[in-house]
Write a protein that binds this ligand. Structure first.
Ligand SMILES: [Zn+2]
Ligand SMILES: [Zn+2]
Length: 285
């Protein structure tokens, strides 16, 4: 059941790589990363099988099993070093050289910090096109990708929490939303957000900016392109941020985190129109 969730992501990435040639390279890279994450998730599940569920009132990030995680990060970094495009490949090599002390610092800084991964943009705002990455940014990006399956395991093995209202960050771990989801409900659609770190999905208001709290309808708009009709760009004209939403009422086959990665032209469109992404994805876009 849990493996199926990872298999769905990997399968969707491979499918979309042929549908959207413009994203093929990023998607096949993602498929390999997700295969590693699936393996890590399953090792974590085996190792923690006997432990009790985390109680609903305990913040998810109170947990951190370095004993479990530290021995696994060097394999992850060599995998990324081997398969990632430059400059991330080089950044993985540099983090690998830092050794256990450096890895532990990177993990703790990310986990106990605000878990943000904000790129340092260069002039043309093309992160991938730059020749090098700012070390603190690349360490955070790498640590995020490595810790994501652990956070997801913790979220999956936690008592169900009753959440008040519709928070703009994840009610379990405080992470930012990485993508919105629209599912059919009655005659319309209901919206939810998916967490960038633990992949928890929580209900959200349809007209509300998760970045600044704007709720006036004229300030909130969405755009889509006919050739990618099931993905839309939700923009806020007050704080100029955007987040994509995947409309599952249009295609039930979509896997939101993967379809988000695959639709690079929408990111280009949004940036050209002056919007900043609320949360970059694990390809750094
Ligand atoms: Zn979360
Ligand atoms: Zn806003």
């Amino acid at each position: 059941m849990i493996d199926k969730k990872w298999d769905r992501r990997i399968r969707r990435a491979n499918e979309l790589a042929s549908t959207y040639p413009f994203s093929a390279e990023g998607l096949s890279y993602y498929a390999r990363v997700a295969t590693f994450q699936k393996g890590l998730y399953s090792e974590i599940r085996k190792a923690l099988a006997g432990s009790p569920k985390i109680s609903a009132d305990r913040p998810l990030r109170d947990e951190l099993d370095l004993f479990l995680l530290l021995p696994r990060i060097s394999g992850f970094l060599s995998m990324i070093h081997e398969i990632a495009p430059m400059p991330l490949s080089e950044a993985a090599g540099s983090l690998a050289e830092k050794g256990p002390g450096g890895w532990q610092r990177a993990i703790e800084d990310f986990w106990h910090g605000d878990a943000e991964v904000d790129p340092v943009m260069n002039d043309d705002e093309q992160i991938q096109a730059s020749d090098f990455l700012d070390a603190s940014y690349s360490d955070r990006l790498l640590t995020w990708i490595f810790l994501q399956p652990y956070a997801e395991y913790l979220a999956d093995h936690r008592e169900v929490a009753i959440v008040d209202g519709t928070p703009s960050t994840c009610p379990l771990c405080g992470g930012k939303p990485i993508v919105g989801v629209l599912r059919s409900e009655g005659d319309g659609a209901k919206k939810s957000l998916i967490c960038m770190l633990c992949a928890h999905e929580w209900t959200f208001r349809r007209i509300y900016c998760p970045a600044c709290g704007e709720e006036r309808e004229p300030q909130m708009a969405f755009y889509s392109a006919p050739e990618i009709a099931h993905v839309r760009v939700d923009v806020c004209d007050t704080c100029h941020t955007y987040l994509k939403s995947i409309d599952l009422t249009k295609t039930g086959l979509a896997v939101p985190v993967v379809d988000e990665l695959a639709t690079i032209p929408l990111d280009l469109w949004a940036r050209e129109h002056g919007y900043m992404k609320l949360q970059i994805n694990l390809l750094g876009t």
